[in-house]
Ligand binder design. Structure first.
Ligand SMILES: [Zn+2]
Length: 328
């Protein structure tokens, strides 16, 4: 990671960001006697995630890595901002690599993880995949959790995900924002899809982030950015503007979400036969809901064609006689 912004507060040496892509979330590594990681990426990249973290802990299959002095360290703690499949897909592999690691999830999701209720965990609705993992501890808003050598505040962060949390470290001013704030763009508002929530909680979470006044924001995706120089204020303004647009044009949120879910699937599997692709579309309940929110007047096949047209037109996806492929 290269952090170029001028900061009021310097970036702390015991924290390291492993910046990933748009399928796997970033990892925030908290070093110390008991190293911890926040968010674990997508299952597709799980072996990369294990390798990146092992390298950072100086544990490269027992070989001296030159990373950490002395013995390689074991990952002690795994924490999650929320349980979307791109934020917890590497957890199973990390638990296999470091069996003594203790795993924390947002409080309401703990029973869902223990029972591995895929519908409650949203993997069912979105027809996404995630490797089953275990969790021992609940992240409770208002409490703190020890990650690495620091205590981190847990704050409720509904909006993108109703059960998400922010993890904030007030001494060094670092905020693990998950998908509550990116520097550019706004994530899908999942509670709006299933009707369990509106857009307003997202705005309240943006207000909370502003009130915490972090020096650094580590988003779930994209490069970290700072408050100094105005990057945080600009990101908050863009996000508020986007949510205001969605409040005025909720059907546009549905169209955006449908495109995101379809692109995400192809980022994962890279290609599908056309029958398998159309079968997947049919069996993603979230897409059925988005159809009703966007253009219920259109028959399903016509709506799918409407959603796919710009994705194919811009090369975001490609289509051959036999297959649908990721375009990037
Ligand atoms: Zn998410």
């Amino acid at each position: 990671m290269s952090i170029t912004a001028t900061a009021l507060t310097p970036w702390p040496a015991d924290l390291r960001v492993l910046e990933r892509d748009w399928l796997s979330s970033n990892q925030l590594l908290c070093l110390g006697d008991a190293p911890a990681v926040i968010d674990t990426g997508h299952v597709k990249h799980a072996s990369d995630t294990v390798r990146l973290i092992a390298d950072a802990l100086g544990d490269t299959s027992g070989e001296a890595s030159g990373g950490a002095a002395g013995r390689p360290q074991a990952l002690a703690t795994i924490a999650h901002t929320h349980l979307h499949s791109d934020h917890c897909g590497g957890t199973h592999a990390l638990q296999s690599a470091w069996p003594h690691a203790q795993t924390w999830v947002p409080e309401p999701t703990l029973p869902h993880v223990r029972a591995w209720d895929e519908d409650a965990l949203t993997f069912g609705d979105t027809a996404q995949r995630c490797a089953r993992f275990a969790a021992q501890h609940a992240l409770v808003p208002g409490q703190t959790v020890r990650l690495g050598m620091r205590d981190w505040q847990v704050h409720a962060a509904p909006g993108h995900d109703a059960l998400a949390v922010l993890l904030f470290q007030p001494d060094c001013g670092v905020l693990a924002a998950g998908d509550a704030l990116w520097e550019h763009g706004v994530g899908v508002i999942f509670p709006h899809i299933d009707g369990s929530g509106g857009f307003e909680p997202f705005i309240h979470t943006l207000d909370l982030i502003e009130s915490l006044a972090p020096a650094w924001i580590v988003p779930g995706h994209g490069a970290p950015f700072g408050r100094a120089g105005g990057a945080m204020d600009a990101a908050l303004a863009r996000a508020r503007q986007r949510i205001a647009y969605f409040i005025d044009h909720p059907a546009q949120h549905a169209l955006y979400a449908a495109k995101v879910l379809i692109k995400y699937q192809l980022l994962d599997v890279e290609q599908m036969t056309r029958p398998a692709f159309y079968d997947w579309l049919e069996h993603a309940p979230a897409l059925r809901q988005l159809h009703q929110q966007h253009r219920p007047d259109l028959p399903w096949p016509d709506w799918i064609a409407l959603v796919l047209a710009p994705l194919l037109g811009k090369g975001v996806l490609r289509q051959t006689d036999t297959h649908v492929l990721d375009g990037a």
